[in-house]
Design a protein around this ligand. Structure first.
Ligand SMILES: Cc1cc2nc3c(=O)[nH]c(=O)nc-3n(C[C@H](O)[C@H](O)[C@H](O)COP(=O)(O)OP(=O)(O)OC[C@H]3O[C@@H](n4cnc5c(N)ncnc54)[C@H](O)[C@@H]3O)c2cc1C
Length: 423
């Protein structure tokens, strides 16, 4: 069939393909391999890389058709939402050949090895070092907050490869194999009882030179691509969940998604569970109290406004306009809503909000909201840093003073050094 960009033609084309190719009783990997080859799993990706080069609105048409057919889509998770777009934008072809397909099929999951004990907001100050040794780099250092490192096959690793260049210029981005002896992953227990992120210790860990993504020492540009996609994930979306229904393919996909999402089970609570606020206000009788009514109404108004702003941003994107100010405040809006929702839950539940167990408000969900919501203002870049970005890039305010951006990194005072010989 000739290439067409009409929604009805795309719909007909994907429908015809599904009628022929989709059967719900095949092994999941086999089905996803066909989906990847046909380009219908990731239709907005380029044609030579498991896609069809379609614009976002036609990508949605394809997704609708997959859903309508009850067909399983590509894998969900950090690999699809952060690693793949970064690789597509910056990786050499041989890395794309090796790494993209197992992301789509779900064989390889990924994690993000960016933050370090001394460097989160000031990410460009990172001190994990990678030293060339023949065809490989040897990596030494420590990462922290690494979500999902305990099951990841690969990490998006930022490491310093040149200490004589300024801080943003001596960093390299690696597609880093996680299953090797030089890596120790230690889960961190959070105050909500979960352990979704980890400390990752790198001791003489190795990564082939061929796994450099982008330019050597040019990893900062690559990292900015990952971070831009991460900010867009404020709502915690990782892709479409597998459809309901029987058959081996769907069952395997649901089992895979459910195992993967265990790490993220508390994310709805981190987002504040605003959906539960009016329900609980009515169920507990608190809705009769004028102060509580005001809190609930304010939350509903904030949420509605944020949704409209997000819709304006996606309408602008669909119309081909560059993302404007509304795109920059999505993450701030999400953490504002989370905090307001937690305050509303506390107003409604009072001291009972601290209780967990079967008799507690919503079986402990309210308590989990109260201790998880602070994470929303930190993950993916803190609110304060996001305020700086909006101030400088959207409002055009003067830049935050910087004393270390132009000097060789070796001369910069930092909290911590990745290896003893750095000084
Ligand atoms: C749930 C969760 C999951 C995460 N998952 C990952 C992951 O998978 N991979 C990964 O690499 N990282 C991950 N992170 C780490 C996250 O990106 C960092 O925590 C975040 O960037 C902040 O860094 P930090 O914790 O070092 O805080 P710091 O940078 O030390 O900040 C401390 C305080 O100082 C403020 N501050 C710092 N600089 C400025 C400034 N210039 N102006 C104003 N205020 C400032 C901050 O806002 C904050 O309040 C995760 C974090 C959370 C909460």
């Amino acid at each position: 069939m000739a290439d067409s960009l009409e929604p009805d033609d795309i719909r007909a084309e994907v429908r015809a393909w599904l009628a022929d190719a989709w059967a719900p009783d095949r092994p999941l990997r086999e089905w996803r391999a066909d989906l990847a080859e046909a380009g219908w799993g990731c239709p907005t990706w380029p044609r030579q890389w498991y896609g069809r080069g379609l614009p976002a609105e036609l990508g949605r048409v394809v997704a609708e058709e997959l859903r309508a057919a009850g067909a399983v889509g590509p894998a969900i998770g950090v690999g699809m939402s952060l690693a793949a777009p970064t690789l597509l934008a910056h990786a050499p072809d041989d890395l794309k050949v090796r790494l993209l397909r197992p992301i789509v099929t779900g064989e390889d999951t990924w994690c993000q090895l960016f933050s370090e004990p001394g460097n989160g907001s000031d990410l460009a100050g990172l001190t994990t070092r990678a030293t060339r040794d023949g065809d490989e780099f040897v990596v030494e250092g420590q990462k922290v907050w690494t979500t999902g490192a305990h099951h990841a096959a690969y990490g998006m690793l930022l490491a310093r490869t040149d200490w004589d260049l300024p801080k943003h210029k001596g960093i390299t981005f690696f597609a880093f194999p996680m299953r090797q002896p030089g890596i120790e992953v230690r889960p961190l227990r959070q105050m909500n009882g979960r352990a979704s992120f980890n400390e990752v210790f790198l001791t003489e860990a190795r990564v082939p030179v061929a796994n450099v993504v982008g330019e050597l020492h040019g990893g900062w540009t690559v990292a900015l691509t990952t971070l831009a996609h991460e900010r867009g994930l404020a709502a915690g979306l990782f892709g479409a969940l597998p459809p309901s229904g029987g058959g081996r393919t769907r069952e395997e996909a649901r089992a895979e998604a459910s195992a993967y999402l265990t790490t993220y089970e508390w994310y709805p609570q981190r987002a504040g569970r605003a959906d539960l606020v009016p329900v609980r206000a009515v169920a507990t009788g608190a809705a009769g109290d004028p102060v509580t009514r005001q809190v609930v109404a304010h939350l509903a108004a904030t949420e509605r406004t944020a949704r409209w702003t997000a819709e304006r941003a996606s309408a602008a994107r669909r119309a081909g306009r560059p993302p404007g100010a509304e795109g920059s405040i999505g993450k701030l809006a999400a953490s504002t809503i989370a905090r307001e929702a937690a305050a509303a839950h506390a107003t409604i539940a009072g001291a009972d909000g601290m209780l967990t167990g079967p008799d507690s408000p919503e079986g402990g969900i309210v308590a989990e909201v109260l201790v998880s919501v602070p994470g929303a203002s930190i993950a993916g870049g803190t609110d304060e840093v996001q305020h700086n970005i909006v101030g400088e890039r959207v409002l055009g305010l003067p830049k935050e003073p910087s004393v270390d951006a132009d000097v060789p990194f070796r001369q910069v005072k930092v909290n911590r050094r990745g290896a003893k010989e750095d000084r």
